[in-house]
Design a protein around this ligand. Structure first.
Ligand code: SF4
Length: 470
């Protein structure tokens, strides 16, 4: 079941134009994000000191980032003592190769995967399938998008853009079953198919939500039990984690579990919280024979060295900033053309994919600040987007005509006489551009917005007339 690779940024404009007019897509996204936000609001009100918790989480992450090499070494040592094998990968390609080699050497033909954005980042599923390994996504949302051959459109809800009718039609087409749009029936069908795969698979792959340095434990949270089955039934478990997932100890884990469930799905705690320290030992009846943990850098070290951008490494991938973002609600996750979508995706993607190929992403924001307000770890997201815009402009990644226009504006804004003269010219010649609606037909701008006609007098002239002085 090969999945399409993420949408290429070159096609972003065309895709955005298509998405923005897709009423059904917008309806699906609006319903899903609003439900999630309402549920979040209800459980966040449990805490009078929610703001204190957010600040605490921010401070813990800041401390971990300041001492990342120490915590990483401690985590690796404890994990090895517990029997795990720890691998480091500096790039996405290296991580993907390590995981593929580990999966291939078992000789098992079937791999089950639980939802993990880090494995999306390293494009693992297509790589495994190129090696001839059948790879099954076991999270229901991921299973749906895998059937549809689409990338996930949200960090925590991969199939959020699809209505139940669309999922029913997809199941009927791909699985050859009678059409139904009943969510329970659809879930039961997927569960029945996936159970067989769990029992047959020799390799299970998961992401990691948090990694506890004091014990070498990885923590995975979920609601369906599929991650737990992927990690405990197959003989080999491979966990892929970004190096920013580290936490010092169990007390900080308790804080983050409280924040993640509430912010992601509006739950006080997710249904399953699995804590794994090493593979199965002695007489334990479940768990893998061996556990491999792949720690991924892929640009994170660069972020760490950047005083401002390092804050983006605090992200716990809850998805709340997407749910609240007015741009995300219009275009959905696929509209961004990157693995990580929404406001935080636009902050971190230029690091992973390069500035030139991501130059439009920081502009996919109204800069309203709703993302920063909701973020459980207090990342100043909209100011990071603004920083990226500055970098993109100062590194020359903007079209020539835009650069010329901005220089011209700068010149006019700096010289009053020139500004007045340009205003007079505009008032004389602008009627030539007047359209049927009375507004001006300005190239590009008027495609989607109305440009009002210029007034007969400038503000200065009106002021003088009214007050009788200059
Ligand atoms: S930036 Fe904040 S709100 Fe957005 S996904 Fe990360 S933790 Fe959640």
């Amino acid at each position: 079941m090969t999945r399409k690779t993420p949408i290429q940024p070159e096609f972003l404009d065309a895709l955005l134009r298509e998405r923005i007019h897709d009423e059904s897509l917008r309806g699906n996204i609006r319903r899903a994000t609003q439900t999630s936000l309402n549920k979040r609001r209800a459980v966040v009100s449990d805490y009078e000191d929610w703001e204190t918790l957010r600040q605490l989480a921010h401070d813990v992450k800041s401390h971990v980032m300041d001492h990342l090499p120490v915590y990483m070494a401690r985590f690796a040592q404890r994990a090895r003592e517990a029997g795990a094998v720890v691998h480091y990968a500096s790039t996405a390609e290296e991580a993907s190769r390590i995981v593929c080699d580990l999966a291939e050497e078992t000789g098992e033909p079937l791999v089950v995967k639980s939802k993990s954005m880090t494995t999306e980042e390293i494009e693992l599923t297509p790589a495994l399938e190129r090696r001839g390994l059948r790879t099954v996504e076991t999270d229901l949302g991921e299973y749906i998008v895998q059937l549809a051959k689409e990338p996930p459109s949200h960090i925590t809800a991969p199939a959020l853009h699809k209505s139940r009718g669309e999922i029913g039609a997809l199941f009927a087409e791909k699985l050859g079953i009678p059409y139904t749009d009943d969510p329970q029936e659809l879930t039961d069908i997927a569960r029945k198919i996936l159970r067989e795969d769990f029992l047959e698979a020799g390799v299970g792959i998961s992401g990691v939500n948090f990694a506890v340095a004091e014990t070498g434990t990885i923590c995975v949270v979920e609601n369906e039990g599929n991650a737990r089955l992927s990690m405990s039934l197959p003989k080999r478990h491979i966990a892929v984690m970004g190096m920013e997932k580290l936490l010092p100890d169990y007390s900080s884990l308790a804080l983050f579990l409280n924040l993640l469930g509430r912010s992601a799905t509006g739950q006080r705690l997710t249904c399953y919280t699995s804590l794994i320290t090493g593979p199965r030992r002695g007489k334990e009846c479940d768990g893998p024979d061996d556990l491999h943990i792949v720690i991924l850098d892929n640009g994170r070290s660069r972020m760490l060295q950047d005083d401002r951008l390092r804050e983006a490494l605090y992200c716990i991938r809850c998805g709340a900033c997407m749910n609240v973002c007015p741009v995300y609600q219009k275009v959905g996750g696929h509209g961004y053309g990157s693995v990580y979508s929404g406001p935080i995706g636009s902050v971190i993607t230029p690091v992973f994919r390069g500035e030139e190929r991501s130059k439009k992403l920081p502009y996919a924001s109204s800069l309203c600040g709703a993302c920063a307000e909701i973020c459980p770890v207090k990342i100043d997201i909209h100011h990071h987007l603004l920083d990226w815009r500055r970098r993109i402009v100062s590194h020359g990644h903007v079209p020539l005509r835009e650069r010329i226009a901005m220089r011209l504006f700068l010149l006019l804004a700096r010289h009053t006489t020139l500004f007045d003269f340009a205003g007079r010219l505009g008032r004389v010649f602008s009627p030539l551009l007047r359209g049927k609606d009375g507004g001006l037909q300005v190239p590009v701008w008027s495609r989607t917005r109305r440009f009002p006609a210029l007034p007969q007098q400038s503000f200065k002239q009106m002021w003088r007339e009214k007050n009788g002085r200059s």
